[in-house]
Design a protein around this ligand. Structure first.
Ligand code: AMP
Ligand code: ZN
Length: 463
């Protein structure tokens, strides 16, 4: 059974889906106003790994990941951010329409995640196409006394109506300080920590609502979409660590207030990726994109491997050296798998594979799983056919395309497989003299033959 660290419970917990064999997962998706950098992609890889491990356990994962194409404001560090919409600001910079920008970067995001073998979620709703869901949810929150409309047509969530606010991040309402914006606390709010669910506005990208024309707040998007596409029980909710507060606190308050119960079973957060020692972000100026990695001649999946060399819950520092090392390992493993593919097939190695599976189940200990695979790679006591099956088995989770070189590279020199076949027949017939002669011929060809309890195996002398 998979166990994960639950940020709210502050401990590692078994993941048991509420609906017997279906694991419902929600992942906060991208704001589509720029290319996703490798740090962002680390957060989406987390969701993909959870899903793949759960699927190995026979669960059916249903994943929903929103596309934020409206409502995410430039200054989102506070509970109720003010300022310009990220998508609109970028549209102005590029001289294009907001929707052009949003669709362009959404396509780019899809290509990048596919290149990293991150499975496309079942549901990928766009905020601009689900405004009705948000309006419905906001109306429900007003009706239940958790939200209030103000004269200008905006709607705020009444934070004090949700006493357990802060359980995920530890930021309790009584400890929150009023915002540091120059204009002070928004006089439309009853309490400084209330946040906008609907923002009255006549700008581009606004919609009519019962309270007035405007656009939804970013936090309400995720509640509305998860409740609609996954229902009122979400087993696992993932995101980057910076989303704990206020985004996930606000989302939890909205969803629980609307349904009257705890909606999310487990909150799981991925730590930040650093590059050259500092958090990768546009403002720091140390952003690495997938295209940069491809331009450097590295396989995009080298990023996936490099990220898995660290546990998702630890900050990790990426460098070009680690990326190049991951690229070398990836290429070597693909060649090894192709080479092992030429040996007779054998069952998965039970001992190694149990340990690797245990590592993955233990809060996604991918670095340990990779170390165990390296041990298996070198373990000549395990038949090549068995190493082959075990690597491919775990590639379903690791997603490194380890089978791409099978049949493509000629691992053994021409003529070798015929000699091997003749030698196998000679040995079966007990003709040891012929067997030895054929072994010499193979050595001359550059092939080393070993006889194991499972039969002969062959390897090139110089891989
Ligand atoms: P954004 O597009 O900025 O909303 O971020 C998208 C996702 O990437 C969120 O889940 C963030 O928490 C996450 N994220 C942003 N920067 C990093 C980073 N340097 N390392 C890991 N995750 C990040
Ligand atoms: Zn979200």
């Amino acid at each position: 059974m998979l166990r994960l660290y639950d940020t709210r419970a502050r401990q590692v917990e078994p993941i048991v889906p509420a609906g017997s064999r279906v694991l419902r997962m929600y992942t906060c998706g991208p704001t589509v106003y720029r290319h996703a950098h490798v740090g962002n992609l680390r957060s989406y890889l987390l969701s993909d790994l959870i899903r793949r491990v759960a699927e190995r356990h026979g669960l059916r994962a249903v994943v929903c990941q929103n596309i934020t194409d409206v409502g995410h404001l430039v200054d989102d560090a506070e509970i109720d951010p003010t300022g310009e919409d990220k998508v609109l600001a970028q549209a102005r910079r590029e001289g294009r329409s907001a929707l052009e920008i949003a669709r362009f970067y959404e396509d780019a995001f899809r290509r990048d995640t596919l290149a990293l073998n991150i499975h496309t979620p079942r549901h990928t709703p766009r905020a601009t196409e689900t405004i009705d869901l948000m309006i419905e949810l906001i109306a429900r929150l007003i009706e239940k006394g958790h939200a209030y409309a103000v004269p200008d047509g905006s709607v705020f969530f009444d934070a004090t109506s949700f006493p357990t606010y802060g359980e995920i991040s530890g930021n309790r309402l009584d400890q929150l300080k009023p915002g540091h914006r120059v204009e002070g606390v928004d006089s439309r709010k009853r309490f400084h920590a209330d946040w906008a669910l609907w923002k009255a506005s006549g700008r581009e990208m606004t919609w009519d609502a019962p309270w007035g024309r405007g656009f939804p707040g970013w936090h309400v998007e995720c509640s509305a979409m998860s409740l609609r596409f996954l229902g009122d029980r979400v087993d696992v909710h993932t995101g980057g660590i910076d989303l704990r507060f206020p985004h996930h606190e606000d989302e939890r308050a909205q969803s629980n207030a609307a349904t009257g119960h705890e909606v999310v079973g487990h909150w799981v957060h991925g730590e930040h990726l650093l590059f050259d020692g500092r958090k990768m972000s546009k403002s720091t100026g140390n952003v690495v994109l997938l295209s940069d990695v491809a331009e450097a001649g590295l396989d995009p999946l080298a990023i996936r491997l490099a990220l898995m060399e660290h546990r998702y819950r630890q900050q990790m520092n990426l460098t070009w050296d680690t990326l190049r090392a991951a690229d070398r390992t990836l290429r070597r493993w693909r060649l090894r798998v192709a080479e092992w593919a030429e040996s007779p097939s054998r069952p998965i190695d039970a001992g190694h594979s149990a340990r690797i599976q245990q590592a993955l189940d233990d809060d996604l200990d991918t670095p340990l799983a990779l170390r165990l695979l390296r041990d298996l790679e070198r373990d000549d006591s395990v038949a090549p056919g068995s190493r082959f099956e075990t690597f491919l088995h775990f590639d379903h989770i690791l997603g490194l395309d380890l089978s791409t070189e099978i049949g493509k590279v000629s691992v053994l020199p021409p003529g070798a497989s015929e000699l091997l076949e003749r030698r196998e027949r000679a040995r079966a017939a007990g003709d040891w003299a012929a067997s030895d002669r054929l072994r010499d011929e193979l050595t001359e060809l550059g092939v080393r033959v070993s006889d194991t309890p499972e039969g002969q195996t062959a390897q090139p002398l110089q891989p």
